[in-house]
Write a new protein. Structure first.
Lengths: 132, 717
């Protein structure tokens, strides 16, 4: 898959939102996503994201599981209850089967274990976009 | 009396029979009173033949005239009945001069019948004749038979003496009467013949004196018998006064003959409590001729000079003569015999009581009791034991206890039995499982002892068996709960720790990977975004340093725990970790074996940290075997003494270590696992080094690797 082909399928730049309390993630991940050709918005918390009003134009959400305040799981529920059907890719530093099971049951596209490779991320994104 | 080993009951029976025979023989003279010698001997022979199970008994009597009287009695199957003379002729050469009793029976053939014969003399020197008894039995004569035979011969002699004495007395008495009557008539008829008669009387008196002399000689003869008799012989007249008291009686009752003759027997020998009865019985006899005692053998109590009352056996004969009757009593002190009999009865009763008590304990015991032969076969099992196993006693007798022991407990059990039989232990306890008849199992606690054999019984094993199934199940449940709790507690602690380490390390790692990926993509772009690449590369280095700091922090965290140092047993610590890992290992189908050295010295350190190291080694080992499919996945955890310390090793049968990997094994973040972090061995090593120990790895000679650590032993134990 090349960027050219992808752009043919996706005429307008798609918006990917990163929500993670870890600064290094907010710093590094948007750069990589931009390299993939997405428009990227990054937030340090669920509250900031909801307050920004970006949810409506978010094509994919890359969401940390464990965060101070509203957790990634809570945000997933909140978005669902507000009627948003945003594909979510969870990222986490902790392997936890029960969380994995839970988020997938609630409709998450995938859950990636930090550190994840660019290929793994790309695969999850394609899956997410294909579903929209 | 020497006996074959017999049970007390048989012994008593045997003794009783012997006593009865003796008594019958002793009573014989009473029935012979006034009989002819031929009748006396005939009855004796018949009695002996019946009593002693003889094949024949022969007698030859020599009367005063020197003629022989021969008699023989044989068993009914001896056909045709032999003549006494022919038997006598056959026996003659065997007997030789026949004047001595043989010490041993002689074997010979009598009318085609091979048998053992013993001769018995009648009279002191055999002057009255001889009795010969024979039997086909090889054990003839047994000691009791010998006794009966000699007593019988003695009694026969007494009988024969009495018979001859009596006939002499009668003859004399009747002759005297006749002569006196005749002479008295003649006196009355003729005065003239007075002088003549006087002279005649003188002559008669002279003859009377002669007769009397003869009578006295005969009396002396009788006295000799009285003196030599082993039995007490006490005679009394019709008034109940003692007229004779032989030496045996003097010895037995402690009176001198001179002190008792003429006195009432009742006052001397009859205990006060029985005197009235005695007098009444005696009076009744004199009045009516009835008697409860005459001619019978009775047992009663007699009084001694010193006031003791002793049990005696008594046979009384009435001497038939003209005029008032007199009586002869044969008495024998049976104190000893009574005592023996009582002792035997008492012993038997004790045995019976003991047997009964034991039976009762056996039957009513609340715990199982089983007896087995030394090879394990059941001899007996009480109801509790039977119920516990669901087998009847009869069914149990068909098997050995090993047959019904579950297989995994058999070897251990057999080793213990062996040690028991070799005398290395007096008894042992074992907890094991029996297989019940219905296929289920039951946990028992057995106390097994070896019961040494006796002359009559071979040795056997006794097991006291307690059903501890409930306790075991409860214990198991408790242990399970405990270990589950411990497991949960540890897993929680450990996973919290692991999670925090993971979170701490994965965050920077995540940044490193993402930045590096971005960097590469930027450089690959056309045109390359050099500025962006430089920025991401800078961030990669920064995050790398951050990760390194995390590890340093973690190490510091472990090394700062000074307060947690304690003296502990490495084996115990290892066992806990093993218990913790078992289920995970089982899931991975890894077989873990432990070889923990006994008597390992204690170590000083942080128990939990060392356990983390052990856990880490076990997990690494387990992971190393994960891809192994062509051989058993095995782990061996072993502890042993090391120079100045103790060593723990975990040996796996996994993929092993190649030399390239070996160099980097303990580097932080180096890992060969797809999901590993590469800090396990690094942290483990820092923990071990913190304990002044070392951690290293070696390649196995076979497949796999062994990781070992050694830490010093505790100095204050």
């Amino acid at each position: 898959m090349t960027d050219d082909q992808e752009q043919k399928t996706i005429p307008q730049p798609l918006v990917v939102v990163v929500v993670d309390d870890d600064e290094s993630v907010r710093e590094s991940l948007p750069d990589l996503l931009k390299e993939f050709g997405f428009t990227v918005l990054a937030f340090a918390s669920a509250a900031e994201f909801l307050a920004s009003g970006s949810a409506a134009r978010t094509n994919c959400l890359v969401l940390d599981v464990v965060m101070p305040g509203t957790s990634g799981l809570d945000l997933q529920k909140e978005l669902k209850s507000r009627g948003y059907k945003i594909p979510i890719i969870f990222i986490t530093a902790q392997r936890d089967e029960s969380i994995r099971k839970r988020v997938l049951e609630h409709g998450a596209v995938d859950i990636l274990l930090k550190p994840f490779s660019d290929i793994a991320l790309r695969g999850a994104l394609s899956k997410a976009m294909g579903e929209t | 009396m020497a006996m074959q080993p017999e049970s007390p009951a048989e012994e008593i029976k045997h003794l009783r029979r012997c006593i009865n025979e003796l008594v019958s023989v002793l009573a014989l003279p009473a029935t012979w009173t006034g009989s002819e010698p031929s009748r006396i001997v005939g009855e004796l022979l018949s009695a002996l033949l019946n009593m002693l199970d003889l094949d024949f008994v022969y007698a030859r009597l020599r009367d005063s005239a020197g003629t022989n009287l021969e008699m023989v009695r044989t068993t009914s199957e001896w056909e045709p009945k032999p003549r006494a003379q022919s038997i006598g002729e056959i026996l003659q050469p065997w007997l030789g001069n026949g004047t001595q009793n043989w010490l041993h029976p002689v074997r010979g053939t009598l009318e085609g019948r091979e048998m053992l014969v013993v001769p018995l003399q009648l009279g002191m020197q055999g002057e009255m004749g001889i009795v010969i008894a024979g039997s086909k039995r090889d054990d003839f004569p047994r000691q009791t038979e010998r006794l009966v035979l000699s007593v019988a011969a003695n009694q026969a002699a007494i009988g024969l003496q009495e018979a001859s004495l009596l006939s002499a007395q009668r003859r004399i008495a009747s002759e005297l009467d006749q002569r006196v009557a005749q002479r008295t008539g003649e006196l009355a008829a003729t005065d003239e013949e007075l002088r003549k008669e006087i002279a005649e009387r003188k002559s008669v008196e002279e003859r009377l004196r002669q007769e009397e002399k003869e009578f006295k000689r005969s009396e002396a003869h009788k006295a000799a018998i009285l003196d030599s008799s082993l039995d007490c012989i006490v005679a009394m007249d019709h008034q109940g006064c003692i007229t004779e008291f032989n030496p045996a009686a003097e010895r037995t009752f402690g009176y001198g003959r001179e002190n008792v003759v003429g006195k009432h027997l009742a006052d001397i020998l009859v205990p006060p409590s029985l005197r009235e009865k005695h007098r009444a019985g005696f009076a009744r006899h004199l009045a009516t001729g009835e008697s409860r005692v005459l001619g019978r053998r009775i047992e009663m109590t007699a009084l001694c000079a010193d006031g003791r009352e002793i049990p005696v056996e008594l046979a009384i004969t009435r001497i038939l003569q003209d005029g008032p009757p007199s009586f002869t009593g044969y008495l024998r002190d049976i104190t000893e015999r009574k005592r023996n009999e009582d002792a035997l009865l008492e012993t038997h009763a004790k045995l019976a009581r003991s047997e009964e008590r034991w039976r009762s304990v056996f039957e009513n015991s609340a715990i199982g009791v089983a007896l087995t032969e030394l090879n394990g076969r059941f001899i007996a099992a009480n109801p509790v034991f039977q119920k516990m196993l669901g087998y009847t006693e009869q069914e149990l007798k068909q098997v050995s206890f090993i047959d019904i022991t579950v297989e995994e407990d058999r070897n251990f059990n057999l080793v213990l039995i062996e040690e028991l039989l070799e005398g290395k232990r007096r008894q042992f306890q074992i907890e094991k499982q029996y297989r019940r008849k219905n296929g289920g199992t039951v946990w028992v606690r057995n106390s097994v002892s070896f019961v040494p054999g006796t002359e009559r019984l071979p040795g056997f094993l006794m097991a006291l068996s307690e059903d501890v199934t409930e306790r075991r199940l409860a214990e198991e449940a408790l242990n399970e709960t405990r270990s589950e709790l411990a497991h949960m507690a540890r897993v929680t602690t450990l996973s919290t720790l692991t999670a925090s380490i993971a979170h701490e390390v994965n965050q920077p790692l995540s940044g490193i990977v993402t930045n590096a990926s971005t960097c590469l993509r930027m450089l690959d772009a056309n045109p390359p975004n050099v500025e962006g690449a430089r920025e991401t590369a800078r961030r990669t280095i920064r995050d790398g340093n951050r990760a390194s700091e995390v590890i340093t922090r973690l190490r510091a965290l472990f090394s700062k725990k000074n307060a947690a140092f304690e003296v502990f047993d490495l084996n115990e610590a290892a066992k806990e970790v093993v218990a913790l890992s078992v289920s995970e290992l089982q899931r991975n189908r890894v077989i873990l074996q432990s070889d923990l050295a006994a008597g390992l010295p204690s170590v000083l350190g942080d128990r939990v940290q060392i356990q983390q190291v052990i856990l880490n080694l076990i997990r690494n080992g387990s992971d190393a075997t994960r891809i192994v499919d062509d051989r058993p996945r095995e782990l061996l955890i072993k502890t042993e003494c090391d120079e100045g310390g103790v060593r723990l090793s975990v040996k796996d049968s996994g993929v092993g270590i190649d030399s390239e990997i070996e160099k980097r094994l303990f580097e932080a973040f180096y890992t060969t696992k797809s999901d590993g972090m590469g800090i396990g061995l690094s942290v483990s090593r820092s923990i071990v080094e913190r304990h002044q120990g070392r951690l290293w790895a070696i390649r196995n000679e076979g497949p796999g690797a062994t990781f070992l650590f050694s830490i010093p032993r505790s100095t204050n134990t």
